[in-house]
Design a protein. Sequence first.
Length: 601
Amino acid sequence: MIRSSVLANVFSFLTPIMLAQLSSHPSHFREPEDEIQVTPAESVAGISGVLGSYMQDRLNNIANVTTFRSLEAINKAQACLDTDIEALKRVLRAFCSRRNAISIISRLPADVLLCIFAILVEADPPKMIGTSRTCQQRFGWIQITHVCHSWREISLSSPGLWSCIGRDLTKEWTMAMLSRSKRCPLEVDLAIRLTASEDNISEILSTDHLSRTSELRLEASTGNHPWAQKLQVLAPILSSLHLHFTEPQKPTSHPLSEVISTVSHPSLRRLIIYNHFQPPCDARVLENLTHLEINGTRHYYEQPTAEQFIPIIQQLSRIQTLILKRCRPHGHAVSFDGYLHRRRYSLPHLRKLSLRGFGCAVPLLLGCMDIPSSAKVSLHLEKFDNNWDCSSWPLIPQLLPWATVSPIDGETHFDHLIFDMRRAVHLCTSTSSEGSHLTISSNVDSFQPDNLHHFLQEFYARRYFRSLSCLILSASVDNYVYSEVKGLLTSPSMAEVTDLHLIMPISTLPHLLQNLSMLTANAHSCCMLPALEKITLEGPEPQAPHNGNTPIPYSLSQSLQEELLNFLRVRRSLGKPITYTLLPSIANADEFRGYVQSIRA
């Protein structure tokens, strides 16, 4: 059954179109009021009488047939009833068809119906459901085309609706979709483990069908399956290829065969590889790509090294989106000059860069790229264990494209930065006038406590952002001793923080607020977080209720309330009051709001 939310969105989107169609073609939808001469009551009475008489006559003919009669007589009577049942079914279908033909849904013009069908093709594709033994084909969007005969005809006359070949269709449905799509470009999603048979795979990947395939997604256990050789055939309009391997590539595995070439695949522009790192193509294919995504395995020692990506990067002269995830360094130490003075390969058309790696892998990759300052950059930094060397991370501000250009406004590259420690260390800049922005994330335990504020300070000192507008602290701050949090909060980058967001429970928060108040009162030229205007206290994320009970909101401890109130008093006495305090999902929020109001009064 089609999801109600999907249908609601579809029809809310199409309502203005339908109204416009109805208003522009009023004569097409109006019926003369006196066209039907028989009243509903007369019609029901007449039909019921005829059917009742017919049914009575037919039943009288076999009234003497019981379970004690001969088998021949019973079979003959059942055959007569089966004939009548089929005849009545045909009559019923005719009535239903006629009823639907004159119903409101039949007023929808063909172009509006095609819009609905096109949305549902993507939202509710046909698929197999159930276990391997009781697997059944679920029709998805196709089911709605059976509402009436006209809908069915419209869908069958539109080959584009049938051009998405799903990964778990039966062979019969696959053949039907291939036939109904006629010569339209195909979007194929093929999972080797789910496909019914080898001949089904061969049919989908045959020369006839690959020649009109524009997007192809293949999921297989390894790259050694015979399907790989089938990709060598001519596929002139194939623009996107996604290869997903369920078994990760090992260091001893053979590389993928170069089955993709510019001769057979001249239109290929997007290549995505999961659980493997070597593209199945030559350098000329890489030169044509505008989108490349390579996802290494989650197993650390089986991940590709950053050095293995460099020969690929140097061929990507037209690349616009580059995503390289799950890589590691080769293992040997690199001097700082080795990062800053590596040979850089120009990627002049790059718009989006996303890198994720362990240790110095991300700095190594950044050091070999020359990318525009208008690009959107996302980095995720991790370390394998506590002994891993992450000393190269503070060099990242010097390796990014903004290090070699002057800020457009003469001050900073980005206006402000959000520092979020909700679940991880997450730095996100505002968007620049060029449309670029920078996002850096890392697991909290990936940073040594004494390195986090120094890492942030490097970006501030090199004019990456003017101010840090929002600071979000959660239980992750408990991993740091207060002296390190103090180092973070007293850094110049915190001078213009206006919003402090605290997500409970933070066990060290009473101690933090106590010292924060003392430092504020004893400051000479400026106080800690001098621009702070708003404190937000939020309870922990609600857990799933047990036994049907509602989750209990978080309650502020007495010591925490006292320290927070003291901090608010001190800030007010210094002429820097906190103008807004919000406490959502806190059990005793109303009580504490009263205390806050008494301070402001």
